[in-house]
Design a protein around this ligand. Structure first.
Ligand code: FEO
Length: 596
């Protein structure tokens, strides 16, 4: 087979192999690729598996057409490619073997060959000229063994990529590249994503027209597609939106939960749901699909104080293959001492960037109504963005969207002529930078609005993440009309005479009001900046940070009603009046959410 005018294919197809590497089912066989570069000097690129010695030597002889090879370039020592190094040298004893130091050590270990006088040891970036073909060797350690190197032919712009860009399947079977290349990559090279990323960075600097891997077809069209998939796989980026459910079930109850969840996910707009019975389905496919899709649900039985063996195997493989950067949900079953969820979480504890679902389904033998509710909650959590993207299913009037605007939190200080005042606000925005202009929105019911409308000046203190809850109580939960919020405090003043906070802020700005816009419930003060100081390098306190890390979690256990998301105040009752104002922080009904 011709790759270019001077590069020929001499590999073989293997339809005898049942399990590649002793574990991967290969129903369409396997290809062991080898190439010959015909030039003033002749180079043979790698050998093939031990079962195909003579077939390969025949192919080689045909292409050589009575010439003798000058070089055998060994890129990878795994026996599916290097098993015939010694056999080759028996037939072509005058050939020089080109490889790196690690490879020569492995050749000695595999074949007890020293190759004195007939070896050319290359360094990373080393070159070899065959006449018109100039080869450059790029080391690619751990893609997939430590000695691996790839070879770039700058004349024909060919990358000989070793195991990279390989796939399961013989070349005489027509099948889709992506699925079997993914299963091959995740199973065999997947653990070494960072090393593949390094190789891709080097490849990006080369003009590559053809990729010649050691398995699978030669790639010469649409290379961007293959390179982009490799980039996704090796950076552990989900390739597609969708949910894999991998389960084991002993008596069918866990399977029942999986079936219910599958139906719910489909009805909630999940673009793809793929289910694997780990005891019966192909483990390598279940593994590669976990890397393909964005979310994974694991469902299993507690077994011998651990998890069911096939699930244990699956989780071990996920962890060993560097599974990461995914959303994961758990369904456990246990008739007397369920611990599957705990064990599953422990087995994946080394995986990075796992977004665990809030909902875990806990089945105590058979699926009951509580489990149905849990499955509904899990499906809703998993499908939140799919529902929101779906024109029919989306809630198009979900005003909690407004809370996703990235607010900072600030103390606005002012003075009514008699005492200093301070107020918590989250609506400070820079409007322009030439000149610097800042807008501050304040509720008209706040005393600060009244003062600033009269005085036309304020300081905006940018709270930093070290601010404790007491700061919010001090400035947010009481009114400056009746309380001196700075009583007993250390007072620092800016040039405009107003207070700035002596701690818990990373900066403050003094503002002078230029314009006032009446917004009904609120007034917008558009201001120029008259002074600005940076106090620390701490991060600014955001509304989200406050909610997650500062605000004490309200004690809603056993209570029915609504809780204020700003301060945690609990309103007990079946219905929250629309005009309800939180007695603690003065926020309205929109800032409350139902308990439970
Ligand atoms: Fe195809 Fe790592 O050998």
């Amino acid at each position: 087979m011709k790759i270019t005018d001077s590069i020929k294919y001499v590999g073989v197809n293997d339809h005898q192999v049942d399990l590649f590497e002793g574990q991967y089912a290969v129903p369409n066989g396997m290809a062991y690729n080898s190439y010959v570069i015909l030039d003033d000097k002749i180079a043979v690129m790698d050998t093939v598996d031990a079962n195909f010695t003579h077939e390969w030597l025949d192919h080689l002889q045909q292409v050589l057409n009575n010439r003798k090879p000058d070089y055998l370039i060994v890129q990878h020592m795994e026996p599916d490619h290097a098993a015939n190094v010694a056999n080759f040298l028996k037939v072509y004893p005058d050939t020089t073997v080109v490889a790196n130091a690690k490879t020569f050590t492995m050749i000695k270990n595999f074949f007890d060959l020293d190759l004195d006088g007939q070896k050319l040891e290359v360094k990373n970036g080393g070159t070899l000229c065959l006449g018109s073909h100039n080869l450059t060797f790029v080391f690619a350690p751990m893609v997939h063994w430590p000695e691996v190197m790839v070879t770039y032919d700058s004349t024909d712009k060919v990358l000989f990529s070793a195991d990279g860009f390989g796939k399961f399947g013989a070349l005489d079977v027509d099948e889709d590249w992506d699925d079997e290349a993914r299963r091959y990559f995740i199973g065999i090279v997947g653990k070494y994503g960072p090393q593949v990323q390094s190789l891709l960075k080097v490849a990006a600097t080369l003009d590559i027209q053809v990729i010649c891997p050691l398995h699978g077809p030669v790639l010469s069209q649409d290379l961007g597609h293959y390179i982009s998939l490799y980039d996704k796989w090796s950076s552990y980026t989900p390739e597609e939106e969708g949910i894999v459910i991998a389960y084991t079930s002993v008596y069918g109850h866990t399977k029942k939960a999986v079936e219910i969840l599958t139906d719910k996910l489909k009805s909630k707009g999940c673009p793809k749901v793929v289910v694997y019975d780990l005891a019966r389905d192909d483990m390598s496919l279940a593994l590669s699909d976990a890397f393909r899709y964005s979310k994974l649900v694991l469902a299993t039985t507690t077994y011998n104080a651990s998890v069911y063996p096939f699930m244990h195997d699956y989780l071990t493989r996920l962890a060993e293959h560097n599974f990461q950067n995914r959303t994961v949900g758990l369904i456990e079953n246990g008739s007397w001492a369920p611990l599957a969820a705990k064990v599953m979480k422990e087995l994946l504890s080394g995986c990075k960037k796992i977004n665990w679902l809030d909902t875990t389904v806990k089945i105590l033998s058979a699926v009951n109504q509580e489990n149905m509710d849990q499955l509904e909650a899990m499906a809703a959590e998993l499908c939140k963005e799919y529902i929101a993207q779906n024109d029919q299913l989306a809630n198009k009037n979900d005003l909690t969207a407004l809370f996703r605007i990235g607010y900072g939190l600030y103390v606005v200080t002012s003075n009514d002529g008699k005492k200093d005042n301070g107020l918590i606000v989250n609506t400070v925005t820079q409007l322009t930078d030439t000149p610097n202009r800042v807008a501050v929105n304040i509720n008209k019911e706040n005393y600060s609005h009244h003062i600033i409308k009269q005085t036309g000046v304020m300081n905006v203190n940018c709270l930093s993440v070290d601010a404790p809850f007491s700061v919010f109580q001090q400035f947010g939960f009481q009114t400056g009309r009746s309380v001196d919020k700075f009583a007993g405090q250390k007072i620092c003043r800016s040039d405009n005479g107003l207070v700035f906070l002596d701690k818990y802020i990373n900066a403050f700005m003094s503002l002078k009001v230029e314009q006032y816009v009446d917004l009904g419930t609120h007034g917008m003060f558009i201001c120029q900046v008259t002074e600005a100081r940076v106090m620390s390098d701490q991060d600014t306190m955001t509304y989200t940070y406050y909610q997650k890390h500062v605000k004490p979690q309200p004690e809603t256990e056993g209570k029915k009603g609504f809780v204020c998301k700003v301060c945690g105040y609990i309103y007990e009752g079946d219905e929250l009046p629309e005009d309800f104002i939180c007695p603690l922080c003065k926020h309205g009904a929109i800032d409350f959410e139902p308990i439970g």
